[in-house]
Write a protein of this length. Structure first.
Length: 193
């Protein structure tokens, strides 16, 4: 059990028999006799529906201990992404919306971690950034301004804004939360890793 004031992003809670993931937490102090409130944005792990809920800071909530296991991405069919549990070789499914932009970057055979509660799949743990190869973009250009951007199509079909110096065939790092270019991936770094 935790108090509402101890809530953190990523925690799992059970409220009225439903399992929720904490997406966002904001605490507000109260004035005079008014107690403060803790606003939490929760996501139902089964339905994916979002729920904004307000709690009293000392209200007790049931937090859940999640187990992390390695899974391998098999395929996505639009609404559901199917993974193979590497410990039991059983297939598990996650709603595509729960993966967000990451679904476009996952290749069959990619290994990631998934969280489970009492053998029920809860969520997929994804990195903050992923690498992708630029398939097409305008030829690289030198510019006096560092802020110049151009459109580039990645190997998965997504289009991102990249700096003018990026050329077709280069690998770039993309932030999965925003879908934005982060940096060019230098090949010598990859050899040493």
């Amino acid at each position: 059990m935790v108090t509402a004031s101890e809530l953190r992003e990523g925690m799992a809670l059970r409220i009225d028999g439903q399992i929720y993931r904490v997406i966002e937490v904001e605490a507000r102090a109260g004035a005079a006799k008014m107690g403060g409130t803790v606003r939490a944005r929760l996501s139902n792990v089964r339905s994916g529906r979002l729920w904004d809920q307000h709690f009293r800071p000392l209200e007790r909530l049931e937090d859940l201990e999640l187990e992390r296991r390695k899974v391998e991405f098999l395929y996505g069919d639009g609404n559901v992404c199917t993974f193979l549990r590497l410990d039991s070789f059983e297939q598990v499914e996650f709603p595509s919306e729960s993966l967000g932009l990451a679904e476009k970057f996952l290749q069959p055979g990619s290994e990631v971690l998934a969280e489970f509660f009492e053998e029920e799949p809860i969520s997929v743990v994804l990195p903050d950034t992923v690498e992708a190869r630029v398939v097409s973009t305008a030829p690289p250009a030198r510019s006096q301004q560092d802020s110049g951007k151009k459109e580039a199509t990645l190997e998965n079909g997504l289009t991102v804004q990249v700096p003018l110096f990026i050329a077709p065939g280069e690998t770039v790092s993309v932030d999965l939360r925003t879908g934005r270019y982060v940096e060019r991936v230098r090949m010598q770094h990859k050899k040493g890793a």
